[in-house]
Every structure is written in C-alpha cells, then in structure tokens.
Ligand binder design. Structure first.
Ligand SMILES: CC(C)(COP(=O)(O)OP(=O)(O)OC[C@H]1O[C@@H](n2cnc3c(N)ncnc32)[C@H](O)[C@@H]1OP(=O)(O)O)[C@@H](O)C(=O)NCCC(=O)NCCS
Length: 162
C-alpha cells in the first residue's frame, strides 16, 4: 500500500454536496449495486447534522477532498463507522486505511472498545486488512451485508481529539 500524503480534517458544512458526489462515484464502483443506487439516489446522503457535530472527517490533498469517513457517537462501548468513501481516482493509495486509523483513534479517545461497520461484501478484504473481523450478516435496504468489528481495547488511548 502506498502511504498517501495529504491531511485529515473535519468536514465543513459547505462541502456536503461535494461529499455526496464523492460518495455517489465511490459507491458506483461495485457493479452489483449500481442499479439499486441509480434507482434510489436518496440513498446517497451525508447528514449535515453529523458534519456539524464534527463526526465527518475528510482526507484532502492539494486542495481536493479525496475521501471521507463518518463515525457515530460511542454507545455501549461501541463506535459505528457509518460511512467510508474514497474518490475512485484516488483508491488503492492508502487513503481508506488512513481514514480507518483516524476513526479508530478518535473512537478510542471517546472511550470506545470496539469499532463496528456494516460492510459491503466487496469491501470485506479492505476491512480485513484494516484489522476488522467478520462477526455475522445483517440486512440492509439493498440486501444482506457483513457485520465486522475491530477491537480497540488493546490500542493505546490517544490524547483527546480536537
Ligand atoms: C473500500 C474503500 C474505502 C477502500 O479505500 P482505498 O483508499 O482504496 O483503500 P486502501 O488503499 O487504504 O487499501 C488498503 C488495503 O485494503 C485492501 N483493499 C483495498 N481495496 C481493495 C479492493 N477493491 N479489493 C481487494 N482489496 C482491497 C488492499 O489490501 C489494500 O492494500 P494494497 O493496495 O496495498 O493491496 C474504497 O474502495 C471505496 O470507497 N469503495 C466504495 C465504497 C465502499 O465500499 N465503502 C465501504 C462501505 S462499507
């Protein structure tokens, strides 16, 4: 994996349309979901409340947003990685993995002992590489998906995230 340069920061409210466009382009790379997504464009949303709450983090390079991730607030020791998308032209350069590490560190700092994700089967190799293990299946609007967990308990607690 190439180690991608660039920086991670909070998403801004005025970026929501651009993030939704990135999400749309990234989601369409898996051929088995193209039809569903094209038929249900409402599935492509980045909640502005989550942006306002600082729960959406973007990777930016040369002034361009190349990926983003959303992590929900910790509940019962578990944080949920709710969205993770990398611009197709920027895939396989380590950006997704970097966003996951950032999400894990921030969740750990908020007291989470696990990071959970409902993963598209196409992304299971990626999540496996990022330290997640499969724990089962779960239904979604577009069919069954994988439930995957990464234990954070053995990871150091970083200083509070800004
Ligand atoms: C899944 C996704 C976020 C990965 O982002 P990325 O920046 O391309 O991933 P990375 O470069 O950090 O990949 C890290 C490692 O994961 C694995 N990996 C990543 N993409 C993979 C793929 N399509 N197939 C198999 N393994 C993959 C590889 O081992 C990779 O290391 P390598 O490139 O050295 O082989 C990106 O493909 C994406 O946005 N997909 C569409 C949306 C999606 O499925 N999001 C997840 C929703 S559950």
């Amino acid at each position: 994996m190439t180690v991608e340069q660039g920086r991670l920061r909070r998403a801004r409210e005025d970026e929501v349309p651009a993030l939704e466009e990135l999400m749309r382009a990234a989601s369409l790379i898996w051929p088995d979901h193209r039809e569903d997504l094209l038929a249900h464009p409402d599935a492509i949303t980045v909640p502005v409340d989550e942006v306002r709450a600082g729960r959406v983090r973007v990777h930016e390079q040369d002034g361009e947003v190349t990926g983003f991730a959303t992590v929900q607030a910790v509940r019962g020791g578990e944080a949920e990685l709710d969205a993770l998308f990398v611009r197709p032209a920027s895939m396989r350069r380590g950006i997704g993995a970097r966003l996951v590490e950032d999400a894990a560190a921030r969740a750990r700092a908020e007291g989470a002992v696990r990071l959970a994700v409902t993963a598209d089967a196409n992304a299971s190799a990626f999540y496996g590489r990022c330290g997640f293990r499969m724990v089962g299946e779960t239904p979604t609007r577009f069919g069954p998906a994988l439930r995957m967990l990464r234990d954070l308990i053995s990871e150091p607690v970083p200083p509070p995230a800004r």
